[in-house]
Design a protein around this ligand. Structure first.
Ligand code: MN
Length: 129
């Protein structure tokens, strides 16, 4: 029986990076929602309750770290894994990853194979015992 496709919200302001991420996700069994800034991303999360959120760190206005902190204070959204998307070499949260609310991180430019493995890993894509 085919599984229900999972919905992934991508919050990313760089159009080229967004197009690539969406194209790769749609190679997998995923539906995508897209937002170009943090406020739109939070609004879409509240409307659609995605299964996973990919969050760029550097966004116009509110950044991805603050947006993730807001998502994690929302009782209806805090269970959704948020994976940070970050440019190579700029992954400095200033605090341990676990304290940021992020479940993991992916560096850009993305590697297609490890990207999809990371996504499925955070969706509980491996069969349980
Ligand atoms: Mn950005």
């Amino acid at each position: 029986m085919p599984a229900e496709p999972k919905t992934i919200l991508v919050v990313e302001d760089n159009e080229i990076s967004m197009k690539l991420v969406v194209a790769v996700l749609e190679l997998g069994p995923y539906r995508t929602l897209t937002a170009g800034d943090a406020e739109s991303g939070i609004r879409l999360a509240r409307e659609h309750f995605p299964d996973l959120i990919l969050m760029d760190l550097k966004l116009p206005g509110m950044d991805g770290i603050i947006a993730t902190a807001i998502l994690k204070t929302d009782a209806t959204l805090k269970h959704i894994p948020v994976i940070a998307l970050s440019g190579y070499g700029s992954l400095d949260f200033g605090e341990p990853l676990g304290e940021t609310g992020f479940s993991g991180f992916i560096t850009k430019p993305i590697d297609v194979r490890s990207f999809l493995e990371t996504i499925s890993g955070h969706l509980g894509g491996t069969p349980g015992p």
